[in-house]
Design a protein around this ligand. Sequence first.
Ligand code: IFM
Length: 454
Amino acid sequence: GADVLIEGDDEAQLAMRASVYHLLRAHVPGDSRVAIDAKGYAGEAYWGRFFWDTEMYLLPFYLYTDPLRARTLVDFRVRALPGARDNAASYGYRGARYPWESDSDGRECCPNWQYRDHEIHVTADVAYAMAHYARAAEPAYVRGPAAEAIVEAARYWLDRMDRRPGDSHPSILGVMGPNEYGPINSNNAYTNRLAAFALKLAAEVGQEGGATPKERCAFAEAAAGLPIPRAKDGVLVLENEEFATRADPRFNELWRNRNATYAAQVSQERIYRSKCLKQADVLMLMMLFPHEFTDAEVKAAWDYYLPFTTHDSSLSAGAHAIIALRLGLHEQAWEFWRMSADKDIDTEHGGAAEGIHIAGCGANWQIAVLGFAGMATALQSETFTLAPQLPARWKRLVFPVAWRGSRLRVDVAAGRCEVTNLGQEGLQVRVWGESRHLPGGQMIAFERPGKGKR
Ligand code: IFM
């Protein structure tokens, strides 16, 4: 099963079980003709279309509970390659450009030009997800079924880049990053880093996907050259090159009703010229690549962006909770957990009138497992790694994990973490920094070092 047991907090348990229920209900086993639409097949909003939500918010749940289910989601994008090729061609580019809002044939359905034309990070998210699936479950996947799609995506990225006069590096201009309140900007850090990931992957596996040696060199070179913009202090990662030049959003004056979205209270043009965020952008990047940013850099980004962030999107709270835990901000992590967990079950502040926020369901699982249990993903660590820090109200957290061919059960309670290997093969396990070999069929109990056990 995929059940996550939370003892000591009935509300959290209910929210978690509701999330797991919807994640299981919304997935069609063995059928790669469909992914999971933004409302989890439970409402009409977004007309049943597929977004990056699948790759970045939903995939981890399936990947670490039932990799066969995850496989259908990555296969969906492989099947959609012809649509993505047509989409690239319609913009005059080679390769494959995955649509912002996809139908089941991979065709672009987004009616709004600013998202459709600019939120191109989805093409890199797709490659990231293919690599994530391969690393966590089936290493041959990126050199086999996914290789052609990975190469085609990289060809698109090469065509989509510009080299401005005087710059020594390529740029990706005219994009919208995950923060949909920042339109048409240059060198969005998230988009650039994910595109670099996709290009590097294509350089590595490209031979199997039909890339020439020359193309593979071009992929590698572009990956190495894409910049992550920073403020003059060299510490603050800038969402993009223009963010700091935008106007103050004047939240105190203009965002009077904090129970309703900011977007419902101001015009779009005001949003677009202001320093405001709909959802995590730089922080999402730092969540995915934690080892590439120092604590000081993560803290600087947290301090700078949080006051400008509206969390108008249900995709925001999850990344914020996980980053708060990285920074040891337990109260804020708890608040973001509540914000995410309440979304569909608290009818006063949220509710599922137009369908389930299925990405939020995936985020709830991620907050519990990648956040409170501190599990590193297979792209972040070769070794199965945990660093639990449970909220004060959670007396116990128990969940299953599928990890690179192994089946594990994790049980965290009172400063103790038991990992049981349900399979035959042994594996290395690291908990709270202590690394041990866990033979098949055995359990190891780790004690949290130091005082103040959580
Ligand atoms: O994909 C998301 C986007 O990030 C924010 N607006 C809603 C979309 C669908 O869930």
